[in-house]
Design a protein around this ligand. Structure first.
Ligand code: CU
Length: 127
């Protein structure tokens, strides 16, 4: 019974990968797993701490990358902002200033030494 519950829980989180409000979101780019978490609960209008983890196939943290974030409202292309993330421990952190409630897309761009920038996009909903 417990196992079934865990499987269901896993499916729930998998379905939340593309469009999530608050908990961790995970996407794969090539052999890198990108895990993003925003704040403690749901993203809010105003300042949000965002943390980006890059994991190698062995699930080890990649700490020598350059990470840049661009965030924008898909419905309002003029509302676009960029910031770079600061490497801190096993992750990269930044503050997103979300000026309005609604859907924001966050482009995570990262580059490993000697590599080129790769990109993945997360959707969040600011309340
Ligand atoms: Cu807007």
């Amino acid at each position: 019974m417990k196992r079934i519950f865990l499987v269901l829980l896993g499916l729930f989180f998998m379905s939340a990968v593309v469009y999530a409000t608050g908990f961790d979101m995970v996407k794969n780019v090539g052999d890198v797993t990108v895990r993003v978490s925003v704040g403690k609960d749901s993203p809010v209008v105003g300042k949000n701490n965002i943390s980006v983890e890059l994991l190698n196939p062995e699930k080890g943290a990649i700490t020598d990358a350059e990470v840049e974030l661009a965030y924008f409202m898909p419905a309002m292309p003029a509302m676009k902002y960029e910031t770079s993330a600061i490497q801190e421990g096993s992750s990269y952190t930044a503050v997103l200033g979300l000026a309005m409630a609604g859907q924001w897309n966050v482009d995570v761009r990262f580059k490993r030494p000697g590599g080129k920038f790769e990109k993945t996009t997360f959707s969040i909903n600011a309340k």
